[in-house]
Ligand binder design. Structure first.
Ligand SMILES: [Zn+2]
Length: 210
């Protein structure tokens, strides 16, 4: 399981803990950050301490030589991974593509200062289309050339399916933070449950392929 990290966002600890709590017998967890100062390092270290029997490693990638740090970080993990089945969460392109914020012109209410928005949108477009798909295609091809299986699991489709009975329905998400299956009444913290589903989906594909 490969997980690029950068900073701490909401629910990160819960999300990462689920990597350590899979039922699967034998697997390795690889995390990567750009540099040792990254705030995510502390969370990973604490979890490694909490789950000493899990094979988990944290890689420091250094500065990426090309524009996409997340892709570079996956590339580094790909080189280090011990097993041939690689599970990654589907990368959310929307999260990585930021819009230039309009800056109001203080001298002319209702109008905006030029702030490079147009140039930035152009760059964003190239990340989200051509080069992004290209990068991931290269990683996948690299993995497959080496006889490995590269699996991307889309977290969006794992948030409303019950891990206990498989029942998938929007109504299962009774609240932002709470999952309650409307068929079997299974209850779980929503983020934790979704993260377990992501990884299980990847591992299940492996079992099918084996
Ligand atoms: Zn259920």
């Amino acid at each position: 399981m490969l997980k690029p990290l950068s900073g701490i966002d909401e629910g990160l600890e819960t999300n990462l803990r689920s990597f350590f709590q899979q039922d699967h017998a034998e697997y390795e967890i690889l995390f990567a950050v750009r540099e040792a100062h990254d705030p995510a390092v502390g969370i990973v270290a604490a979890l490694q301490k909490e789950f000493p029997s899990r094979a988990a490693r944290l890689i420091f990638t250094g500065e990426p030589p090309y524009a996409n740090a997340k892709v570079f970080s996956l590339d580094r993990m790909l080189a280090e991974a011990r097993y041939d089945l690689l599970v990654v969460e589907n990368l959310k392109i929307a999260n990585m593509v930021r819009r230039a914020k309009p800056v109001p012109d203080p001298d002319a209410p209702g109008s905006y200062l030029p702030n490079g928005g147009r140039a930035k949108s152009g760059l964003n477009r190239s990340i989200s289309d051509a080069s992004w798909g290209g990068f991931l295609g290269i990683l996948r091809a690299k993995a497959e050339d080496a006889g490995r299986v590269w699996i991307e699991v889309d977290p969006r489709h794992t948030s409303d399916g019950c891990e206990n009975c498989g029942h998938a329905a929007r109504e299962n998400r009774v609240a932002q933070a709470e999952f309650v299956c409307q068929r079997c009444s299974h209850r779980a913290q929503a983020d934790e449950h979704a993260a377990r589903n992501v990884l299980r989906a990847g591992l299940a594909l492996h079992t099918l392929a084996a």
